[in-house]
Ligand binder design. Structure first.
Ligand SMILES: [Zn+2]
Length: 89
């Protein structure tokens, strides 16, 4: 199954992937997969991961062997120019 179209970030010029989420929204994500772990009880998830099926999960990046799945990370979180959008000129 191929859900998503390649595109280019208008802000930083990097290649991104547009994934249609289960909510029907198109979301720009990085093209590389990341492994994620779901937060344990009482833990806070710091990332929004979109699975290849378009499900958005709140999780943390896997740092060790343990992982609950893989998906794409929102490009809004990694775009090097994201801060510029908010900065006043
Ligand atoms: Zn960007």
């Amino acid at each position: 199954m191929n859900n998503g179209n390649f595109g280019t970030c208008r802000s930083c010029g990097r290649q991104i992937l547009w994934i249609r989420t289960t909510a029907g929204k198109n979301m720009p994500v990085d093209t590389a997969y990341v492994d994620y772990v779901l937060p344990k009880e009482g833990e806070k998830a710091t990332e929004k991961i979109v699975t290849p099926n378009g499900e958005v999960v709140s999780a943390n990046r896997a740092t060790g062997e343990e992982r609950d799945g893989f998906g794409y990370i929102s490009h809004f979180a990694t775009c090097p120019n994201a801060a510029q959008h908010r900065r006043r000129k």
